[in-house]
Design a protein. Structure first.
Length: 505
C-alpha cells in the first residue's frame, strides 16, 4: 500500500502567518465563481494545492467542475470536521496561533465539504476540549461564529459541537474541585468496548495503575481491565460517514507529538475512559516516572485521595503532604519525571491508537466492524506550530506548512521529520505505523508529495526539516533527528514544576 502525504507552503506576502477574517479564497476560483474579491489568502491556496497534490479529482483541477472531496463525500451524508480546540486560552498567556487549529485552515476545508455535499447533508464541527476549558470563550476567541456567518451553506446544516460529557472546576492551583455534567440528551454517546483487541490489553495486568492526571482512579477501573477496554464516543461521530481531521501540529508532554493521531482523542466524551499513564516506575509495571522513588509514590497516593475527595475535611492536610513529597522527591529522586510526561510513557500511545481504530471501524451501535465504516482525510495546520511544553503551553514556531493525507500515521511520520523529530523514537507514531503494517500485510510505502508531479515523492528518510520544534522537557535528547540543533532546555522540568494537565487531550 502506498500512503501519499501532500505538502504545500504558505507564501505569505505579509509578516502575519495567517490571513485576516473572513478567510475566503481572496478572489474567484473556477470551482468557486461566486467568491468575493479580497486580499491574497496563502493558507486557502495551500490547502487547495494539498488537495490537488493528493490526487483528489486531479483531472478536473482548474475547471468549474473540480470537486476534490467528491470521492469521499456523497450529497446527503453527515461529515465530521475535527479540529484541535484543546483550551480557550494559552496556558502560558501566549498566542492561540500555536495552540488551536486556525480558522483560516478550517475555512477552505468547510468550503470544499459544502461543495461536495451539493446542498444536501449535515456538517458537524466538533471536539472535546480539556474538561476545564470554557467552550463559550473558546469559540468566541477563535471566531467560529463569525466564520459561519460569512459562508453560504446552500441549505446544509452546519453545527458546532462540544463533545464533552462533563466539565470540571479548578482551584487557583489547577486542582480539580468537582465535575459538572453538561446538558444534553442521555443518548449523546455510545460506549465502544475494544475488548481483548485493545492495545491496552497486553498491559492490563497493571490496569489498576491506569491514571489520568487529576481524575478519580476508581472511575477509570470501571472501564478498563482484563478483556474490557471501553471508550465513550460522541454519537455524532459514529453517525458520520466521513471524518476530516484538521489538527494543529504541536509537541505533547505525554505523547511526544500531537498531530493527526492524537487529534482523534477529541471524539471521546469523558476523561475517565482515557488511560494516560500507569502509576509507578517501569520496574513495578508503571510508566509515571523512570526510577522508583518512595516520595513520588507517596505523593501519587496522596494525589489519588485528593482526586477522590477534593473537598474533604482532610484535603488541606493532604495538599500540604503532597507539597512536602514533591519537595523531597525534587531533592532525592534519580529522575525529574512525573505523571507520565516523559519519553518512557508506554500507555498513552495505546489509548490513542485504540481510538483511531474506533473512529474508523466502530459502527453506530458501538460494535467494531472488520471493514472501515468511515472515509478519512487529515489536513494539518502547521503554519504556526507549537514546540516545547505542549499541548497546553507550547512555544510558537513558524513553519508555513499545510499537509494532507488519508492515513494518520503516514502524515504524522512525515510531519515529525519536517520539524526535526524522529518518528521512530515517538512510540505513538512508531506503533501506529506497525498497526497499519499488520492491517495491510506489509509496511506502507509512504511518499511525501512536495510538487505537482506525484511520481517525485520523497520517502520519509529523505525528508529534511524545514523548522525545528523543541521537544517537551521530558523528551529532550531522546526524540530529535540526528544533526538537529540541540533543544533549548537548560534542565528537565522537575517534579516540582507540575503543570495543570487535567485534560491533555
Amino acid at each position: 500500500m502506498t500512503s501519499l502525504v501532500s505538502l504545500a507552503r504558505c507564501d505569505s506576502p505579509s509578516q502575519a502567518p495567517y490571513p485576516a477574517s473572513p478567510f475566503g479564497p481572496g478572489g474567484q476560483l473556477p470551482e468557486f465563481p461566486q467568491a468575493e474579491a479580497g486580499p491574497p489568502n496563502p493558507v486557502f491556496a495551500a490547502v487547495r494545492r494539498c488537495l490537488y497534490r493528493l490526487g483528489l479529482d486531479r483531472e478536473r483541477f482548474g475547471t468549474p467542475a473540480w470537486n476534490p472531496l467528491a470521492d469521499l463525500i456523497d450529497p446527503g451524508q453527515q461529515v465530521l470536521i475535527k479540529p484541535n480546540w484543546v483550551l480557550h486560552a494559552h496556558a502560558g498567556g501566549g498566542s492561540m496561533d500555536c495552540l488551536v487549529t486556525h480558522m483560516s485552515v478550517l475555512r477552505p476545508v468547510l468550503d470544499y465539504v459544502l461543495l461536495a455535499l451539493r446542498g444536501h447533508g449535515r456538517v458537524i464541527i466538533g471536539d472535546a476540549p480539556i474538561q476545564s476549558a470554557d467552550f463559550a470563550r473558546l469559540v468566541e476567541a477563535i471566531g467560529i461564529a463569525r466564520l459561519l456567518d460569512g459562508i453560504q451553506t446552500g441549505g446544509v446544516d452546519v453545527a458546532v459541537c462540544d463533545f464533552r460529557e462533563n466539565t470540571c472546576e479548578l482551584d487557583r492551583h489547577g486542582r480539580v474541585l468537582g465535575h459538572h455534567s453538561l446538558p444534553g440528551s442521555p443518548d449523546r454517546y455510545t460506549t465502544v468496548d475494544v475488548g481483548a483487541q485493545s492495545l491496552l490489553q497486553p498491559v492490563s495486568e497493571h490496569a489498576a495503575r491506569f491514571r489520568v492526571t487529576n481524575y478519580d482512579p476508581s472511575a477509570m477501573r470501571q472501564h478498563h481491565g482484563r478483556g474490557r477496554h471501553e471508550y465513550l464516543v460522541a454519537k455524532a461521530v459514529l453517525d458520520s460517514h466521513v471524518v476530516i481531521g484538521v489538527p494543529k501540529l504541536k509537541t505533547h508532554r505525554k505523547a511526544g507529538l500531537t498531530c493527526c493521531l492524537k487529534n482523534v482523542v477529541g471524539i471521546n466524551g469523558s476523561k475517565d475512559y482515557l488511560p494516560h499513564h500507569r502509576l509507578g516506575a517501569p520496574v513495578h509495571g508503571g510508566d509515571e516516572y523512570q526510577w522508583p522513588s518512595a516520595w513520588k509514590a507517596l505523593g501519587s497516593r496522596i494525589a489519588d485521595r485528593l482526586e477522590i475527595s477534593p473537598r474533604g475535611m482532610l484535603a488541606p492536610v493532604a495538599i500540604l503532604g503532597l507539597r512536602v513529597c514533591r519537595r523531597l522527591a525534587h531533592h532525592t529522586a534519580r529522575d525529574p519525571y512525573s505523571e507520565g510526561s516523559w519519553y518512557g510513557n508506554d500507555t498513552i500511545w495505546r489509548t490513542v491508537v485504540d481510538l483511531n481504530r474506533v473512529l474508523e471501524y466502530a459502527r453506530p451501535d458501538g460494535n467494531l466492524a472488520t471493514t472501515p465504516q468511515r472515509k478519512m482525510l487529515h489536513i494539518v495546520d502547521a503554519v504556526v506550530c507549537g514546540g516545547g511544553e505542549g499541548p497546553l503551553c507550547p512555544d510558537p514556531v513558524r513553519a508555513d506548512l499545510i499537509l494532507a493525507g488519508r492515513t494518520a500515521a503516514a502524515v504524522d511520520c512525515c510531519t515529525a521529520r519536517l520539524v526535526g523529530l524522529n518518528p521512530a523514537r515517538i512510540p505513538l507514531v512508531r506503533h501506529a505505523l506497525e498497526t497499519v503494517e499488520r492491517q495491510e500485510d506489509g509496511p506502507p510505502e509512504i511518499r511525501l508529495i512536495d510538487g505537482d508531479d506525484p511520481s517525485q515523492g520523497l520517502a520519509p528518510d529523505s525528508i529534511r526539516p524545514v523548522a525545528y520544534l523543541a521537544p517537551p522537557s521530558g523528551w529532550a535528547g531522546h526524540v530529535e533527528l540526528e544533526h538537529c540543533p540541540p533543544s533549548p532546555v537548560d534542565r528537565p522540568v522537575d517534579y516540582m514544576d507540575r503543570q495543570a494537565e487535567t485534560a491533555e487531550a
